[in-house]
Design a protein around this ligand. Structure first.
Ligand SMILES: [Zn+2]
Length: 423
C-alpha cells in the first residue's frame, strides 16, 4: 500500500481505537481526562503523541481483565506470560483478534517463503505462551500443513522432521541451534531433511547466531518479533532480504521515543519502541512502552513491501547508559566483541566520572595464548578491539585485556556494567 493511503487507514483505525478505550476502559478514560483529552482531540495519527503512555505495570495493576475493552462473553482466548516476579501479564482476544493474529502470522510465514505446499514444524511452546498457537494459526491461514509438535522431546522432533518432511521450522533461535547440534549427533544426513527456512524469535539473538543456524541447518533464518501484550508473534518480521523487520503497521503503529525524556525521536535514531494497537478489540493498547530498543526506517525495501522496518532489537531500555550525553547499550559492545574469535564472552564495562567527565572502561577476557605470546601481539589485539568499539559506539573507551577466568562468573543473568557515577 502507498504510504499516504496507509496513513489514512492508520488514522481512521486510531480514532476507532481511542473511542473504544475511552468509552469501555475506565483506566484509559481516567488517564485521558487527567491529560485534558477526549476522543475528539485525536483526529489523525499525527495526534498520537498527545496520548499518555501505557507501561507493563499498568497491565499488572489491572490484573487480570480490567484493561479489556469488551465484555468477557466476547473473549474467546486468554494467554498469559509468566512473570519472574509476582503476577503474570494477561491478554485476551476476541474472535476478530484471533483472525487478525492469524493474518499477521500468515504474513510472517509468507515472508519466510512459506506457501500452502509447506510443512510448518511448530516447535514453539503451546499453552499460555503465545508462540505455539500464534505460528499454528498463521500456518493454517496460508493453508500449509502445520505440525504442532511444541517444544521438548528432541528425538521425536528429529524423527517427525525426517518422516513428515518439515520445510519451515518455527522455534526460538537457541532451540534451533540445539536441534542443529542434535541432528549432527544423530547422524542425520543433509538429504534426509527438507528444511528451507526458519522463523525465529521470542528472545534476542545475534548475527553470529544467525550465521551458525543457517550454516548448520542449511536454511534461511528469519528474525521475527512480537510480544503478547501487543498480540504475540506477528508484530514484525524480516523478509528474505534480511535487512530489518517489517512492522505490520496497519495493525500496530510503532514510535521510537527517548526513554529518558519520552520525546518521539526522528527516523533512524535509536530509542525505545512504543506500540499502539490499531485494530485490537479485546485488549487495545495505547502507546505501550515495550522497553525494547531499536530504530525505524521508512525507506522502501528491496522486497517491494512499503511498511516501515525496525532494526533487530539492541537490548532493553532498562540497560541503557548515558555517557557524555551519548546513549550506550551494553549489547552494542557485546555484539562487537562476539564477532571477534580472539575474545571469550566475558566482559565488564566500568563507567565512572573523573573531573566531571564520564569515563568508559572495558575489561575483556582473551584467549590464553595471547598472554603467552609476545607483548606486542597483546597490544595489537587491544588496539584492534578499541578501534572496532569506538567506531561502533561513537565514544572513546579504554580497553583492558585480562586473562581467562579473571572476571566474576554469574549464575543466570550476567552483570556486565558497573556504574560508579553518583547522580
Ligand atoms: Zn523487505
Amino acid at each position: 500500500m502507498d504510504r499516504n493511503e496507509l496513513k489514512k487507514v492508520q488514522s481512521e483505525r486510531l480514532r476507532e481505537t481511542v473511542e473504544r478505550v475511552y468509552f469501555n476502559v475506565p483506566y484509559y478514560r481516567n488517564k485521558m481526562q487527567e491529560a485534558g483529552l477526549g476522543p475528539e482531540h485525536i483526529q489523525s495519527i499525527d495526534d498520537l503523541h498527545k496520548l499518555p503512555f501505557t507501561v507493563k505495570t499498568d497491565l499488572r495493576d489491572n490484573y487480570p481483565f480490567n484493561l479489556f475493552a469488551v465484555p468477557m462473553s466476547e473473549i474467546v482466548r486468554i494467554h498469559a506470560s509468566s512473570g519472574t516476579t509476582g503476577k503474570s501479564t494477561v491478554v485476551g482476544y476476541t474472535r476478530h483478534d484471533i483472525s487478525t493474529w492469524s493474518e499477521v502470522m500468515a504474513r510472517t510465514l509468507t515472508s519466510a517463503g512459506a506457501t500452502r505446499n509447506d510443512f510448518i514444524h511448530v516447535a514453539y511452546g503451546y499453552g499460555l505462551f503465545t508462540g505455539g498457537l500464534g505460528a499454528h494459526y498463521g500456518g493454517e491461514k496460508i493453508g500449509a500443513s502445520v505440525i504442532p509438535v511444541s517444544g521438548g522431546n528432541t528425538t521425536r522432533q528429529l524423527q517427525l522432521m525426517v518422516d513428515f518432511g518439515s520445510t519451515i521450522l518455527a522455534c526460538t533461535p537457541s532451540y534451533a541451534l540445539f536441534l542443529a547440534e542434535a541432528i549432527e549427533e544423530a547422524g542425520i544426513k543433509r538429504d534426509q531433511l527438507k528444511l528451507k527456512a526458519g522463523v525465529f524469535g521470542a528472545e534476542p539473538w545475534t548475527e553470529n547466531m544467525r550465521k551458525e543456524i543457517e550454516q548448520k541447518l542449511h536454511i534461511k533464518a528469519i528474525d521475527i518479533y512480537g510480544l503478547s501484550e501487543v498480540i504475540g508473534p506477528g508484530v514484525a518480521s524480516e523478509c528474505y532480504e534480511q535487512c530489518g523487520l517489517h512492522v505490520n503497521e496497519d495493525h500496530f503503529y510503532p514510535e521510537i521515543i527517548d526513554p529518558v525524556t519520552l520525546e518521539v525521536l526522528p527516523e533512524g535514531e535509536t530509542g525505545e519502541l512504543v506500540f499502539t494497537t490499531l485494530t485490537k478489540e479485546g485488549l487495545p493498547l495505547i502507546r505501550y512502552r515495550t522497553r525494547d530498543l531499536t530504530s525505524l526506517s521508512y525507506e522502501k525495501c528491496r522486497c517491494g513491501r512499503t511498511t516501515v522496518r525496525m532494526k533487530k532489537c539492541l537490548g532493553r531500555s532498562d540497560d541503557m547508559l548515558i555517557i557524555r550525553g551519548v546513549n550506550l547499550f551494553p549489547s552494542q559492545v557485546e555484539s562487537v566483541l562476539l564477532e571477534m574469535s580472539e575474545i571469550k564472552p566475558y566482559y565488564l564495562l566500568i563507567v565512572d566520572r573523573i573531573n566531571n567527565l564520564d569515563t568508559l572502561e572495558l575489561q575483556v577476557e582473551v584467549e590464553e595464548k595471547f598472554f603467552q605470546d609476545k607483548i606486542s601481539m597483546l597490544e595489537g589485539l587491544r588496539q584492534k578491539i578499541q578501534a572496532k568499539l569506538e567506531s561502533a559506539i561513537q565514544l572513546s573507551i579504554k580497553v583492558n585485556l585480562v586473562e581467562p577466568k579473571t572476571l566474576e562468573r554469574f549464575e543466570g543473568k550476567a552483570k556486565h556494567v558497573i556504574d560508579k557515577r553518583k547522580f
